[in-house]
Ligand binder design. Structure first.
Ligand code: NAD
Length: 408
């Protein structure tokens, strides 16, 4: 998907063959084995990957994912998308992504800590605050980042807070980082509603995923007065046509670990949930969930892509032909996370903490600017928002590569 999208945009930009090849291929693919002691006394070897897509505009930046489906192809696509996301937001980073093929839900805290520390040790020759900076993604969180920072810092002999972002606040994390991605998804969806001339207050939303991105998308949308009609997580989906009480839902999830079983909602088939009528549909869990099979059936006005790669190229073609769904493409829609990660990195270098208000205000200013840039470019050139976002980003990277020249 990532390469197909890239090729289309490279054609649109008329990139020379030389720049096309240099922009496309990742700089480094790193795969390591990560042996750990399981709680039952056995040893298990996991496979960990890190792809550094390009370092032309600064260190690589991107999440670390723990999920059974992780492989080098998936990580490479995600690293490429991170490159476009950082360039679109004009952050001084290239894209990176990492992952370990494992099922974190079946592992104890001790096993996850050993896995994270051993992976960090294996990565030490390849990472650094000016080389590659990781952050949380699916299946990882601020605790994972704290273990990574501790392992790297123990090795260096002093605290290196700039080695990862998405750290806990008491370890020099940034105010607002945890909610940044979901807040950005909701903020951009409300911008899209304004653009369509629809009131935010009373609009309806369906969100797939209730992890970091999904839950904060839900909380911010609800705080704007948007009615949350349905939510899905890995265990199932729930529906309430009158709107879910998100405060009560938050307590239910804290107690049970899932949205399923929430009393003030009905269960619904997760696949059918995506096809219910709503103003905003926000896939915030997995990739490839909007496909050639269901794209024609979507009844949303706005598709806010909180997850990375939720829409397949075939679905994209169907939605573009329909022309009635306002797509906020992933590289723009979920860029809030990497933007506040950038703020965290900057604050750590400054040894200075910004307030939550400063962080959110700067975030919204940057997202608003990118949204205006993408929608304006798309309109001027008569192309989709996704192509516009990637064209702006790829041109930024191509220009930087041209300026640096080809060494030797
Ligand atoms: P997370 O692990 O915190 O949450 C994932 C959520 O998806 C969970 O609620 C899980 O139950 C749900 N889920 C898993 N399988 C599902 C299924 N089959 N159907 C419905 N729900 C399912 O992960 P996250 O950090 O929220 O990341 C979600 C997506 O957002 C990923 O694509 C990630 O790459 C992307 N993203 C995350 C960030 C970030 O800051 N965390 C930033 C940018 C993009």
């Amino acid at each position: 998907m990532a390469v197909e999208q890239f090729d289309q945009v490279a054609d649109f930009l008329n990139l020379t063959d030389s720049l096309r090849e240099r922009c496309k291929w990742p700089k480094r693919f790193i795969t390591v084995t990560v042996p750990i002691l399981r709680d039952d006394g056995s040893t298990q070897v996991f496979f960990g990957h890190r792809v550094q897509h390009h370092l032309t505009r600064g260190p690589t930046k991107g999440g670390l994912r723990y999920h059974p489906s992780v492989d080098i192809g998936e990580i490479t696509a995600l690293a490429m998308w991170m490159t476009w996301k950082c360039a679109l937001m004009d952050l001084p980073f290239g894209g990176g992504k990492g992952g370990i093929a494992c099922d974190p839900r079946s592992m104890s805290a001790g096993e996850l800590e050993r896995l994270t520390r051993r992976f960090t040790m294996e990565m030490i020759p390849f990472i650094g605050p000016e080389i590659d900076v990781m952050a949380p993604d699916m299946g990882t969180n601020e605790q994972t980042m704290a273990w990574m920072a501790d392992t790297y810092s123990t090795h260096a002999g002093h605290l290196v807070s700039t080695i990862v972002t998405g750290k806990p606040l008491n370890l020099q994390g940034s105010c607002g980082r945890t909610r940044a991605t979901g807040h950005g998804v909701a903020f951009l969806a409300s911008n899209a509603l304004h653009k369509l001339g629809t009131s935010v207050q009373g609009a309806s939303a369906i969100v797939q995923g209730f992890g970091n991105v999904g839950s904060h998308t839900v909380f911010t949308l609800a705080s704007y007065g948007v009615k949350i009609s349905g939510i899905a997580d890995v265990n199932g989906a729930i529906w309430n046509a009158n709107g879910l009480d998100v405060t009560k839902l938050r307590k239910h999830v804290a107690k049970t670990g899932s949205i399923v079983g929430f009393k003030e909602a009905e269960p619904i088939d997760p696949a059918l949930l995506l096809q219910q009528p709503c103003d905003i549909l926000a896939p915030c869990a997995l990739d490839s969930v909007i496909t050639g099979e269901n794209a024609a059936q979507l009844r949303c006005r706005i598709l806010a892509e909180g997850a990375n790669g939720p829409t397949t190229p075939e679905a994209d073609r169907i939605l573009n032909a329909r022309g009635d769904v306002f797509i906020i493409p992933d590289v723009l829609c979920n860029a809030g996370g990497v933007t506040v990660s950038y703020f965290e990195w900057v604050q750590n270098f400054q040894h200075y903490r910004w307030t939550e208000r400063e962080v959110i205000t700067r975030l919204e200013t940057m997202l608003q600017a990118a949204f205006t840039k993408v929608t304006g470019y798309a309109k001027r050139h008569g192309i989709s928002h996704r192509t516009a976002a990637q064209a702006i980003a790829i041109k930024t990277v191509a220009d930087a590569k041209s300026a640096r020249g080809l060494f030797p």
